[in-house]
Design a protein around this ligand. Structure first.
Ligand SMILES: Cc1cc2nc3c(=O)[nH]c(=O)nc-3n(C[C@H](O)[C@H](O)[C@H](O)COP(=O)(O)O)c2cc1C
Length: 362
């Protein structure tokens, strides 16, 4: 058990290093198939564009959400602290990475708790894997929320990663019931998120039925956990793990592109966070115009956060500038206006949406 705990924690550092140094992105989230219709007479003042957004009863200064990434090893604390400081300064929401390591070993709790001390007013989201929820029940979810004074908890689904990890959990039975039990007994809102493979309409319907309050697409086209685990397998000294390297490579193309997943989930309800392969403020504008409530970014914020707080701040400012310019050029003085502008959707994304969600491409 002690080895297992140490392993959960050291894996967190492996993930940060691999995501920062290796090419771990795969596919196409679909944003390049979306174009705005340029408004040559926008009739609004770019200097007073209002990015404020509502989500689960909270008002955020912008729809940019820092997706769940880290915590769980002493070496990750500073990255979480920088992300949280930026969330506080910008008035944006932030998720922490899976809190499993700190629930197994409370000595690591400060690598997560630091986010609340750095961001006393921010909208913060706790994080737990669905398998840990099933195995440890509501008690772990309560502890995770308490650890960071969270405003919501995200339960993550990552069965592609589990299938490729040598130490992965391969039994996915009982997970929907566990989510339902949590939603029934918990006052804190429950969000369910994927981690790079997207959520279909059929899965979304089950999740709303279980009582979740929001869904985060975590779609395909950005960070690929098949790619990350493939690198870990390649680096392993254990020959058995080397077969997992090619398994990871084979499944890097597996998943529902983010824009397609967004169409699927929106057809069933909301609110929805679009995430997975969102790489600019323009992508955020497209996600919002398509119907998302917030747009989450992980990898593009990780690299600057590992460098310095100043680099992270500059990256967030650049994303916001792109969002503001996109809003200006569509004549959108506020987020609600952006939701009304028309979009041109082409290519493979159009083909994939047309069949099941034709209303979304009108
Ligand atoms: C280094 C790293 C660690 C992550 N750890 C978690 C995690 O612990 N829990 C989780 O729900 N998602 C985790 N994710 C997934 C992200 O929240 C997000 O769903 C995914 O990376 C897609 O977004 P992106 O393409 O902008 O990176 C992690 C992502 C990165 C890059």
């Amino acid at each position: 058990m002690a080895d297992k705990k140490r392993f959960t924690s050291s894996r967190k550092l492996d993930h940060l290093r691999i995501c920062a140094e290796e090419d771990v992105e795969s596919g196409d989230a679909g944003f390049s198939d979306i174009r705005f219709v340029h408004n040559a007479l926008p009739e609004c003042d770019m200097g007073s564009i209002d990015l404020r957004s509502r989500f689960l009863g909270h008002t955020l200064s912008s729809p940019l959400f820092i997706s769940a990434m880290t915590g769980g090893h002493p070496g990750t604390k500073e990255v979480n602290a920088r992300l949280a400081r930026a969330a506080e300064r910008c008035g944006i929401g932030m998720g922490v990475g899976s809190q499993r390591a700190a629930l197994e070993n409370p000595a690591l709790a400060d690598t997560f708790a630091v986010v609340r001390s750095e961001a006393p007013h921010a909208f913060l989201v706790a994080n737990l894997g669905v398998v840990q929820l099933r195995d440890h029940g509501v008690e772990w979810a309560e502890q995770a929320v308490e650890m960071i004074g969270a405003d919501a908890i995200a339960i993550h689904l990552n069965f592609l990663q589990e299938a490729i990890q040598p130490e992965g959990d391969h039994d996915a039975t009982g997970c929907l019931d566990a989510i339902g039990d949590l939603c029934r007994s918990f006052k804190t809102p429950v969000i369910v998120k994927e981690t790079g493979c997207g959520i279909s309409a059929a899965t979304a319907r089950k999740l709303w039925g279980a009582g979740v309050r929001a869904i985060d697409t975590g779609g395909w086209g950005g960070t690929s956990w098949a790619a990350v685990e493939s690198v870990r397998a390649r680096e392993s000294r254990n020959a058995r793990d080397h077969t997992l390297e090619s398994l990871g490579g084979d499944f890097a193309a597996w998943g529902i592109p983010t824009v397609v997943s967004l169409a699927e989930v929106l057809a069933t309800g909301g609110p929805v966070i679009a995430s997975g392969g969102i790489r600019s403020g323009l992508d955020i504008a497209k996600g919002l115009a398509f119907g998302a409530d917030l747009c989450g970014m992980a990898l593009p914020l990780l690299k600057p956060a590992m460098e310095s707080y100043e680099t992270l701040g500059a990256a967030i400012d650049a994303i916001h500038r792109e969002l503001v310019v996109s809003m200006f050029l569509t004549g959108s003085a506020k987020i609600a206006d952006l939701r009304k502008v028309s979009l041109q959707i082409t290519g493979r994304t159009r083909q994939m949406i047309e069949k099941d969600n034709p209303a979304r491409i009108k």
